[in-house]
Design a protein around this ligand. Sequence first.
Ligand code: ZN
Length: 284
Amino acid sequence: MNDLRDAAEWLKSADRVLITAGAGLSAAAGFDYTDEGRFAELFPALHRAGLRARYEMIGRDLPPEYLWGFWAVHAEDVRFSPEPSPLYERLHGIVDGRDYFVMTSNVDRLFPRNGFDEDRLYTPQGDYGLYQCLTPCTRQVWPSEPIIRKALDHYDPTTGKVDPEAIPSCPNCGGEVFLNVNADGWYINDHFLPGLDRLNDWLVQTREVGDTLVVVEIGAGFNTPSVIRWPGERVTRVVPNARFIRINRDHPEVPDDLADRALAIAVDAGTAIDQLAHSSGASS
Ligand SMILES: [Zn+2]
């Protein structure tokens, strides 16, 4: 736990904080795609069919009535629940009022839903709250809540299916649609790029004014390391006064060239955030 005490000091003394977060953070917040008990509870029909966890469903091809049965229940659970997340709220308490930015692969919007500033957020992998044409016939995207609610209204948990009339289609061409997430070449990210521009400007400014920066990476493993894990390391290399804190229960190791300004903290996100919030004096 000494490393966590050092991390708390680094956090406290930095001019700026960049939070980079992956699936491990939302898993610690209760949205664990490997959780078999929760899967059985939410998806009894899929469980009977031999499936055991949500990660098995990501990218799985299914007949549309089953596909939308799963995605409607899943999206409602992780994206549209009105409940706040105490863990994300505690994390927000650590940076509230400070000069921070967030980059996350999580598509659940749990950062802005728990107090983080939309203008200080970049979500390269998309947002379950939007949907798009799979062709795609247009670069436009649309709010997904109406199609998710309609699917849920026509969903039978005992069969896992939605009625054919509740299977959504493109408002523009009538073709197939999916949630606006980076799953394949059809992904439309135009509307997320202003977030990347703001992040880049913020980092350039950090260098120009000579501010100290601490990059706090939480729960970003090797599933898609090019999205969060490696970019965070690169930022630490190119910003002269940057330090790097990696919070990762399973893969905490840091590259050798960063070793003298990095901390590798092998605990889960929940434990680390509780400790850091406590040390920072943030309300929980
Ligand atoms: Zn279309």
